[in-house]
Design a protein around this ligand. Structure first.
Ligand SMILES: Nc1ncnc2c1ncn2[C@@H]1O[C@H](COP(=O)(O)OP(=O)(O)OP(=O)(O)O)[C@@H](O)[C@H]1O
Length: 263
């Protein structure tokens, strides 16, 4: 253990084009956390995640295990952070297994090198976790939307990084695969890693995340335990909907009800 936070963020501003879309955001993410990043369309969730992994220029600092993200070279960065993009475009008809194996690239001596037994174990485990083992030989351009999404998550899992950033990974997954995804994230966190994922399903976020960060218009509105962040007045103010919130065995239940006029 280094004693350093896994991720330390002190953003001052992020521009998209000439527009400032994220303001000051400061937070620390520690091993063991599954952080749900919430907020309406356009709130800045993707911008935030892409800034954290160094895919967008930003003003401020992002430290991963104490190292400035922009000082990390490709291989070193890929050893620390895995990223699941919101878009599921795959440019060529590669097999699902070969796509997942790309997650091991940063650990291999050369790109053409054979997968080591350790690489193979990671690929098989990631594919089993995402329930895509039976799709191994299928070209990814023949898969359904949810199947392809699960293969792309498996690629990031195969990277076996301390930090996993995922942009709406549950979108397009059926209920069973959504719950299993969140359980997988929880088990990574229990193993001392951390996951930050953006999401729109407040019920899934409430029940399955250890912490929620709620963004609105590029600012953090709330950051804390699900029961602290997901209050009816906050949901109405940020999302413009009423919600029923209850505590049942195993966690919080949130059901969105009707549009409100408070937003
Ligand atoms: N390339 C760009 N140029 C200009 N503005 C952009 C660009 N990309 C995103 N934006 C704007 O930045 C803001 C934040 O977008 P972002 O994609 O981070 O939101 P989000 O919270 O992930 O939204 P969603 O829930 O719809 O995925 C939005 O207002 C968006 O229109």
């Amino acid at each position: 253990m280094t004693g350093l936070p896994l991720l330390e963020v002190a953003l001052q501003r992020v521009l998209r084009g000439t527009r400032s879309v994220l303001g000051q955001i400061a937070c620390r993410i520690e091993p063991g956390e599954v952080v749900g990043l919430l907020g309406p369309n356009g709130a800045g969730k993707s911008t935030f995640l892409r800034s954290l992994c160094g895919l967008l220029p930003f003003e401020g600092k992002v430290l991963v295990q104490g190292k400035t993200i922009n000082s990390l070279r490709g291989r070193e960065r890929a050893g620390l952070i895995a990223y699941v993009p919101q878009e599921h475009d795959v440019a060529w008809p590669i097999s699902a297994a070969d796509l997942v194996a790309l997650g091991r690239d940063a650990r291999r001596t050369s790109r053409g090198a054979k997968l080591s037994s350790e690489d193979q174990r990671a690929v098989v485990q990631a594919m089993e976790r995402m329930d895509v083992a039976r799709l191994a030989s299928r070209p990814v351009d023949t898969l359904s939307g949810g199947e392809k999404a699960r293969v792309l998550i498996a690629r990031a899992l195969a990277q076996e990084t301390p930090l996993l950033l995922a942009d709406e990974p549950a979108a397009g997954l059926d209920p069973l695969h959504q719950v299993n995804l969140m359980k997988t994230f929880r088990s990574l966190a229990d193993d001392g890693r951390a996951v930050v994922l953006s999401m729109h399903d407040l019920g899934l976020a409430a029940r399955r995340c250890t912490r929620l960060i709620l963004l609105n218009k590029g600012e953090v509105v709330a950051d804390g335990l699900p029961e602290v962040v997901l209050r009816p007045d906050v949901i109405a103010q940020v999302y413009g909907v009423s919600a029923h919130i209850a505590t049942v065995e195993g966690g919080l239940v949130v059901q969105v009800l009707e549009p409100t006029s408070t937003r």
